[in-house]
Design a binder for this molecule. Structure first.
Ligand code: FES
Length: 75
């Protein structure tokens, strides 16, 4: 299926992919909420990196800590 682009040049619908030994990458406009249901303002971002190693100090966002912890994931 071809990827559609919106007027401001971001994938529409948003896409989600995993980086090898790193975060999940969301490209496109999304709304992000914490575990308490509070919205995290990412309205100025076209791409968001979500931590999947658990070591980030800015969860749910990736802060690069996966390098320090030598994060590995299957698949
Ligand atoms: S995936 Fe980057 S800090 Fe967790």
């Amino acid at each position: 299926m071809a990827e559609r682009e919106s007027a401001d040049d971001v994938p529409d619908p948003p896409t989600l992919s995993a980086r090898h030994r790193g975060p999940l990458v969301v490209e496109g406009r999304i709304r992000l909420f914490d575990t308490e249901g509070r919205e995290i303002d990412i309205s100025d971002r076209k791409r968001v990196l979500l931590c999947r190693c658990g070591a980030s100090r800015t969860r749910p966002l990736c802060d690069g800590s996966h390098y320090r912890t030598n994060f590995e994931a299957e698949g």
